[in-house]
Design a protein around this ligand. Structure first.
Ligand SMILES: Nc1nc2c(c(=O)[nH]1)N[C@@H](CN(C=O)c1ccc(C(=O)N[C@@H](CCC(=O)O)C(=O)O)cc1)CN2
Ligand SMILES: [Mg+2]
Length: 291
């Protein structure tokens, strides 16, 4: 068997085209969707992601404001920036690029973001609403994974999904979204003993463990769908996922590449959340007018 490569670039492009039309409709009503991106420190990967977010906003006709700070920024200074952005009516989405420097408490920062502008879906209110299946901004990478499955007609219902990784931004929420689609979900992580004994039971395997090419055929049930969220460097410094693509493509049915799989979807879903936030704001203004 040779797996079908899931083309995240193509699917993300389609989503961005839909977002662009929604932006145009908002502009006709006098609203320009605005995303504020807060970047602290010099992490070069973070700089690349932020640059790509800005480029995407521009391509779709959205406003994007970059608030860039040195890694000496204090927590109080960051919280005060967030307060300003919360109160800025031109800004519909606030995103604080993670990770943050050690002196800043990530949780306090996320908690300070107005949930109505939480386009990353990291605020506990967004997480809670997602958990109980209520309307919420969904975290971009997990949401992007669900969109990829949908696009390739892969229905998680009744399937065993195994998630490797338990981060708040990928592992935990992707398992929840799978559960909402009626999958049976198992979480594995760095303390799991005999990882392969679990992953070999997976109809859908999501790997977000951060270990270059750890997952080879010996971890895979023949015909499984394999979603690689890893962003690692191989022995030659080349970007690679958690999955040994060439090996696993011999046994999986569908497989995401790195780069070009899940990554581009993260940014597309951020664009979608931002336009959604601007639409929500317009709706709220209209309702207030008629009261
Ligand atoms: N506030 C947030 N911080 C972080 C998030 C997030 O969703 N919100 N996720 C990651 C980083 N991330 C976005 O911020 C992100 C990672 C990777 C990609 C991507 O497109 N990857 C490309 C390859 C890029 C490359 O060549 O280096 C791909 O996979 O094709 C987009 C966004 C952590 N922080
Ligand atoms: Mg992490």
């Amino acid at each position: 068997m040779t797996a079908t490569t899931i083309d995240g670039r193509a699917v993300s492009q389609k989503i961005k085209e839909q977002v662009k039309m929604r932006v145009e409709r908002l502009k006709e009503q006098g609203v320009i969707p605005g995303l504020a991106v807060v970047l602290v420190g010099e992490d070069s990967a973070s700089h690349t992601y932020v640059k790509n977010k800005k480029k995407s906003c521009e391509a779709l006709g959205m406003r994007s404001d970059l608030h860039q700070f040195p890694d000496t920024l204090t927590e109080a200074e960051l919280l005060s920036t967030i307060e300003e952005l919360n109160n800025d009516p031109q800004i519909h989405g606030i995103l604080v690029q993670l990770p943050l420097p050690a002196q800043i408490d990530e949780f306090k920062v996320i908690l300070a973001i107005d949930p109505a502008k939480d386009v990353d879906g990291f605020h506990p209110i967004s997480v809670g609403n997602m958990m109980i299946g209520k309307e919420a901004f969904l975290p971009c990478t997990p949401h992007g994974i669900m969109k990829l499955l949908e696009h390739y007609d892969i229905n998680p219902a009744g399937k065993h999904t195994v998630v490797i990784g338990r981060s708040n931004i990928v592992g935990k929420p992707v398992g929840q979204l799978m559960l909402q689609k009626d999958a049976t979900v198992t979480y594995c992580h760095s303390k799991t003993t005999d990882l392969a004994s679990f992953t070999r039971q997976a109809d859908i395997l999501v790997s977000a463990i951060g270990r270059a090419k750890l997952i080879d055929q010996s971890f895979i049930k023949p015909g499984a769908v394999v979603i690689d969220v890893g962003m690692n460097r191989d022995e030659n410094g080349k970007l690679c996922g958690d999955v040994d693509f060439a090996d696993v493509s011999q046994t999986a049915s569908f497989l995401t590449p790195v780069p070009g799989g899940v990554g581009p979807m993260t940014i597309a879903m951020l664009m979608e959340n931002t336009v959604q936030s601007a639409e929500n704001g317009l709706q709220k203004d209209k309702s207030a007018e008629t009261m």
